[in-house]
Design a protein around this ligand. Structure first.
Ligand SMILES: *Cc1c(COP(=O)(O)O)cnc(C)c1O
Length: 486
């Protein structure tokens, strides 16, 4: 008899039974999600359970699962609920969760090696490219998120432009780079330029027009001024859907500037790039597929469970130029597992990488890209419906809309001061969120506090937006009455 491995189940039948119970409970939970609050505060006695010390001895796994059911499952972020539209979170396709479970069971790491998992990631990257119309000669990498994608893409830009930089660093190469993007660009680009040693100050934030789209003339002027000052313009970042308002920069114009100036063209399409799946939105996104690099979050508008994002590059080898290292212990052999031609660890920062491609493979095989495109089109239509409701209501004011899945609005009344409007809209948002009615988030536009809806939710219906508008107006009237003393 073999000795029993201490961390495997002592009884596989018990393991099997608990797994079956979990799958039953998952199906109950997800099929009943609409009846639950979107969000609820973690009660203090539950919060206290997360401050207890390290377990010395174990307990039966069924007991641990019961504790999960009591203390964790009821208090999630809420983005699996059909009325969650905060920030830029996706809703999570259930069958993809099976993919995640199976990925953990196989427990592959996707740095290098000849195995099916590596082929699945390569295939998923190819599929994403195919869905968008990305050049076939391109390359890519799945990453944890668009934030990691931006760092990786900008590192590729830098290596393409100044190969000596890897070895010599900023000091040794003497190059002083600048990067350009609109004032609406996501803060992950700031993180990237800081991490890469370009310096936050050298990320030039170009002003936007009244629709929050980058001012191309101002961009040209900024590049010219930097060249005159002896700096080296490196990269233009275009936004295909800004996080604040869903604005899409004039991507084709930015492409033209980048080509004329010889700059790398990177597009942040974290959620907005998925609108490429809709024929109606192709003109809006013209220029996107000509970029040198593009990031898009499959955990946003492709509804995958966190985390999975995709970085695409125009040319094969661009990522390797920035990241390949010649360590002996990962060098290739003539045959066997180490003979595989592709190493994802040569395309980015991470060596150990989870098998995040499997959930995408599972979901795309199960539903086909058409079903995803339909859901995305549905989200666009729902936000257009919301905009119509807001515009029709005297007591609501539209602050920004996009052609994608974002809209910002607020409750108003005649004669209100700016301060009173901010207070009332904050109170309305607090009420909706803490009651678990609906979960928009907020932003500040032109100094005004506004409610913000970003619809990356495959479970939402038009009726959910009717409900949102009804509730905003109901609570707006209550808090406005309290403000005005009427
Ligand atoms: C969410 C988002 C990011 C950051 O992506 P993560 O996946 O959260 O790292 C970057 N840009 C935009 C426009 C986003 O919406």
């Amino acid at each position: 008899m073999h000795p029993h491995p201490p961390l495997d189940p002592a009884d596989w039948d018990e393991f099997r039974a608990l797994g079956k119970q979990m799958i039953d409970d998952i199906a109950d939970h997800l099929s009943g999600i609409r009846e639950r609050p979107v969000w609820q505060q973690v009660p203090e006695e539950v919060a206290a359970s997360f401050r207890t010390g390290l377990p010395e001895e174990g307990r039966p796994m069924a007991e641990v699962y019961e504790e999960y059911r009591r203390t964790i499952q009821p208090y999630p972020r809420g983005n699996i609920h059909p009325r969650f539209w905060g920030w830029a979170n996706g809703s999570g396709v259930p069958v993809a969760a099976y993919g995640d479970l199976l990925a953990s069971v196989l427990n592959c790491t996707l740095g290098s090696g000849g195995n099916a998992a590596m082929m699945v990631e390569r295939q998923v990257i190819d599929w994403i490219g195919e869905a968008l119309g990305w050049p076939q000669a391109g390359s890519g990498l799945l990453t944890s998120g668009a934030s990691m994608g931006q760092v990786t893409a900008l590192a590729a830009a830098r290596a393409a432009r100044a190969p000596e930089f890897r070895e010599a660093g900023a000091a040794g190469s003497g190059v002083r780079f600048t990067v350009y993007g609109s004032t609406e660009t996501h803060h992950s680009v700031d993180k990237a330029v800081e991490l890469l040693g370009i310096g936050g100050r050298f990320f030039r934030r170009v002003p936007v027009d009244s629709d929050f789209r980058v001012d191309v003339a101002a961009l040209r002027a900024a590049i010219r001024a930097d060249r005159t000052a002896g700096l080296t313009p490196l990269c233009v970042v275009g936004n295909a859907g800004t996080v604040n308002t869903g604005a899409v920069d004039p991507l084709a114009d930015l492409l033209a500037v980048a080509r004329e100036e010889g700059l790398w063209y990177h597009v942040d399409g974290a959620f907005g790039a998925f609108a490429r799946l809709l024929p109606s939105h192709r003109p809006l996104l013209e220029g996107l597929t000509e970029a040198d690099s593009l990031v898009l979050d499959l955990h946003k508008w492709l509804y995958m469970p966190f985390d999975v994002s995709c970085l695409l590059t125009r040319r094969d080898g661009d990522l390797e130029t920035a990241f390949r290292s010649g360590a002996d212990y990962i060098s290739k052999t003539k045959q066997g597992p180490a003979a595989f031609p592709l190493a994802f660890s040569d395309r980015g920062v991470e060596q150990s990488r989870r098998f995040r491609a499997l959930k995408v493979w599972f979901a795309l095989k199960t539903y086909g890209i058409r079903a995803f495109a339909d859901s995305i089109a549905g989200n666009v239509a729902q936000v257009a419906h919301l905009v119509t409701l807001v515009e029709a209501a005297e007591d609501l004011e539209l602050a920004a809309r996009s052609d994608l899945n974002v809209a910002c609005f607020r409750y108003v009344w005649p004669g209100a001061t700016p301060e009173a409007l901010d207070r009332v809209n904050r109170a309305v948002l607090d009420r909706l969120q803490t009651d678990g009615t609906a979960m928009p988030s907020h932003t500040v536009l032109g100094g005004r506090f506004v409610l913000r809806v970003a619809n990356n939710n495959h479970r939402s219906t038009t009726a959910d937006f009717d409900h949102l508008v009804t509730e905003v107006r109901r609570w707006g009237a209550v808090y406005a009455a309290a403000e005005t003393g009427r």
